[in-house]
Design a protein around this ligand. Structure first.
Ligand code: AMP
Length: 506
């Protein structure tokens, strides 16, 4: 089957030919004729199947006729994240060459005024995240009563992100008679319910079983202890020892962990970027662009930031954390092995993840084998000396090994000072100043007792025993009680006059 049999316009076919694509993917082949026939479509397809073009190409064909009116977009595409919205816009730019269509992006983090100006000029295709879209409608700058076609993309992601009430509100603002295209990678019961509410007698198209991982992806798990430093060490080894690694996405469950893991890898000499929801838009775009262009081969990311992004040819996916929801596993692994390519997905698994792994294996219908090779962390005092404060979060406090003053001191010298007060309040770390100068004279630093002031306040280094003079008004017992104080002092190097008792003047 070629594109020319699908009913697309000549302009669109020319644009497709210019991209070099010769054969439609299964979702394109099945969905495009129905979209052109103005049918509602329920598309169950993973990212990487070509689903974006499955709605962009017929939309471009249909939009060749007619004109946009001010503040009344003709079509509306809802996306869960700004990156996905921007990606869909890129598809319109790519396939819409030769057409004078107005395509507008309504996403957060971008000036309201500019978006408003665009809406005033009239928009053929409006691509929006739900929040920003509703902001515009509430301000009265946007009317959705002219929408002929509504696309709800990544619906299961919208559900995860709590956008369903917003989508329901949007659906009340668009005409009842519109055409609706609804895409989801998985079909949990809630998505089934809303698809019934939003779609009218839809054509159901399923290009692969819901929640399956692509067959070209080799999946492995690597067992790991619960310590977060062990995970980082295993990750580094996996990265160093990987065969055919061109680029990789490393997934973490929490935004905070994304920043920590990225920083840690950087410190160990890896070229790495980070992508998580708390980064501002320009930083997110810059990281993604650098990764896309191959300037940085590794991207540490959270689910929200990475879901559905079109990053071609990712060779490896690493789950630094096993996702809590099995659906997320499918999405993460879907970043590799796209468009029929081979890929590798490796999950670092602690004993706390056993339930999650079992749920994932149930969902994907196969077990995930252990990776070959010994990835056990060899010593407790790992070489993971870069641990910034944030890293000592959940896992760290759950029974962190006391891996010696050496690791602790080194760790501390590089940590993020902003997190200091929070860390101190946990009572298991000490403020930076207290730890730094102590071992300047060498010796066995591991065996040097660490003074531990219970109140976590700054304790200055004690002066040499012989020069300690009880000062007036300063009770002796307030002197820092250090284990070292009780050791007999060696005074042989001091001049005699310093050893004479001193009487305080009254
Ligand atoms: P999507 O599932 O829309 O994120 O698309 C995944 C990737 O497949 C993108 O990089 C597309 O450019 C690419 N793609 C889309 N359609 C085709 C096609 N017919 N043949 C080959 N690659 C395609």
């Amino acid at each position: 089957m070629s594109f020319s049999h699908l009913g697309l316009s000549d302009k669109v076919l020319a644009a497709v030919a210019a991209t070099g694509y010769t054969t439609p993917t299964p979702i394109q082949e099945q969905a495009i004729p129905h979209v052109l026939a103005r049918r509602d479509v329920l598309g169950i397809a993973q990212t990487g199947t070509g689903k974006t073009a499955a709605f962009v190409l017929p939309m471009l064909t249909m939009l060749e006729k007619g004109r946009a009116r001010a503040r009344m977009p003709r079509t509306l595409i809802l996306e869960p994240t700004r990156e996905l919205a921007a990606q869909v816009k890129e598809n319109f730019d790519k396939y819409g060459v030769g057409q004078k269509l107005n395509v507008a992006l309504l996403i957060g983090g971008v000036s309201f005024g500019d978006q408003d100006t665009k809406l005033t000029r009239g928009v053929d295709v409006l691509i929006a995240t739900p929040g920003r879209l509703l902001d515009h409608t509430e301000r009265g700058g946007l009317l959705l009563t002219g929408v002929e076609l509504l696309v709800i993309d990544e619906a299961d992601r919208m559900l995860d992100m709590g956008f369903i009430p917003d989508i329901e509100r949007v659906c009340k603002l668009v005409p009842f008679t519109r055409q609706t295209l609804f895409f989801t990678a998985t079909m949990p019961p809630e998505i089934s319910r809303i698809s019934e509410a939003f779609l009218h007698n839809p054509e159901r198209i399923e290009v692969s079983k819901p929640a399956t991982t692509a067959t070209g992806v080799s999946q492995f798990q690597v067992p790991c202890g619960r310590e977060v430093h062990e995970k980082r060490e295993i990750l580094r080894r996996l990265l160093r020892e990987a065969k055919d690694l061109q680029n990789a996405i490393i997934f973490c469950n929490r935004k905070r962990e994304v920043a920590v893991v990225a920083k840690s890898l950087q410190k160990h000499g890896f070229s790495v970027g980070a992508l998580h929801g708390d980064m501002d838009q320009s930083a997110r775009t810059a990281a993604l662009e650098a990764f896309r262009k191959g300037e940085i081969p590794l991207l540490v990311a959270s689910d929200v930031a990475a879901r559905g992004l079109d990053i071609p040819a990712v060779s490896h996916v690493y789950n630094f954390d096993v996702p809590h929801h099995p659906d997320d596993y499918v999405h993460r692994v879907g970043r590799t092995g796209r468009a029929g390519r081979a890929g590798t997905a490796i999950s670092i698994v602690t004993s706390l993840d056993n339930k999650s792994i079992a749920a994932i294996e149930r969902l994907i219908g196969k077990s995930i084998p252990r990776a070959e090779g010994d990835y056990s962390v060899r010593s407790e005092a790992s070489d993971d000396t870069d641990q910034p404060r944030e890293a000592r979060g959940r896992e760290g406090s759950r029974g962190r090994s006391r891996h010696g003053a050496r690791d602790g001191a080194k760790e501390h010298s590089k940590e993020n000072p902003r997190e200091g007060s929070r860390e101190s309040s946990r009572g298991d770390r000490k403020p930076r100043r207290e730890r730094e100068p102590r071992h300047a004279k060498g010796g066995d630093r591991n065996s040097t007792p660490q003074p531990h002031a219970a109140n976590e306040t700054f304790t200055p280094p004690a002066p040499p025993a012989a020069s300690r003079v009880p000062s007036i008004g300063r009770p002796e017992q307030r002197r820092p009680q250090r284990e070292a104080d009780s050791e007999p002092a060696d005074h042989s190097h001091l001049p005699a006059f310093l050893l004479r008792p001193v009487r305080a003047r009254v």
